[in-house]
Design a protein. Structure first.
Length: 83
């Protein structure tokens, strides 16, 4: 998918396999997303866009559609435990 491609090229450096190599407890795994953000795509997207690190280093270089594609991919991976 487009989201998978963007994730691999843009996000996997810190989040490969649904992990978080910067903040270990805040992974992209189902249990962590449920705990910290929820599995609702709109909430995940708002969190991503509002995160200082993502806003400054990643989201600023992505279109809204690219962000939506990545969020859809991440939530799908988490919900169905595909990581």
């Amino acid at each position: 998918t487009k989201g998978s491609e963007i994730f691999t090229s843009t996000c996997a450096g810190c989040h490969r396999g649904g992990q978080n190599f910067v903040k270990e407890k805040k992974t992209l795994q189902k249990d962590a997303l449920e705990k910290f953000v929820g599995l609702d795509e709109e909430k995940v997207e708002a969190f991503f866009k509002g995160s200082f690190v993502h806003k400054m280093q990643v989201a600023g270089n992505m279109s809204d559609q690219e962000i939506t594609d990545v969020v859809t991919y991440v939530v799908d991976q988490a919900k169905f435990e595909k990581w």
